[in-house]
Design a binder for this molecule. Sequence first.
Ligand SMILES: [Zn+2]
Length: 378
Amino acid sequence: MSATGFSHHFARELDVEQLLELMKLGSGIDQSDTIDPVPPAWLEHIRTDVECPSCFVRGAVLVRGARSTRTGKALRQAHFRFIGSDGQDAHHPLCDFYHSGAPASRNEHAVDFGSDKSALARAVRKLVCSGIELGVFDQIAMRDLRKWFFEKRLQNRFDLALTPEAVDWYSKLMAYASSGLPFRPVHGELARLDWKQAARQRLRERHAQLVASPLRVYGWPKEAGRAKALIIKHANQRVFDPASLQSYYAQTISLVRFAASHYPALAISQRQLYDVGVDDRMRALMALCALLLNVSGWSTDLAVEKLITLINAPEPRTTTLGNMIGLNPFHDYVAWSLIRHLSDAVAGADINFDHDGEIAAIEHGLRAEHEEWRARKS
Ligand SMILES: [Zn+2]
């Protein structure tokens, strides 16, 4: 169930009420009239006209919103269902809405470019409005980006066989700072030896290969919780391989940082500049930069040129042009990168991912080494 659909007739992504308003405008019906029920001819048109914003399947069935007559509370949000000729869910298995139990869910990658909730959101909206006004991009270009992203997802997949415990285990392993000297039995002679610390040091030595080739994606420790949730949700499935987005992600991050550093309306803190890829507040700017790069054939030079045009453009005549749903292809990119990296790194290794158990066993072993050494010495 999707809250929005892409109408070919109106060439844009719309929610149910927006679509009905536009159809009303085109049909000459009095604007004050409510459309209830929706005429069968309209429903038939919607079925062939409106496609899923994520997987592009047609066959939209319009479901009106419902409110409780007693409390006025919304019981159901208006949405589109996509049903095949066999009466089954028509979404592609990789679509965000495939077997989505959530009522009227929005695509997790979707970004509301029309939002005015923060200074940053308003600044992005201004750039989006200018972009449409100046013909730098339009709703069709937006659909092209979604198509590009969906094709990447179709073509690049891997089998998820990781457990959530592996993420915790890896996060702890990588968080330990190396204290330098490896454990030797004589260390046990120190009255205040930190045995736990010695055990952690040994753990890092035991997994030296993993430690030596860490995941080089900034901000991944913050995404460990999200990675675990994704592993649980997609256990043993064929999932999207984020490695195919690596260079595109780097380009988008660079463009976001460039924009934020040179356009005062987008000014963000140093912290946020670092956290661009994992800070939810940055998703609208990520989506705008991905769009600029995609309409530039992923040439950073061309995208920067377009960005500067938007920054220098006069105030747009209307902000309603910004009522467009953007796409951040890099939503969860860091979490998925962690999953992919870890999947490769531990493939075939004999690790049971019980961190505390492993540390306790190592400590036990170190104490035994010390005892043995002592016995030999005396
Ligand atoms: Zn779909």
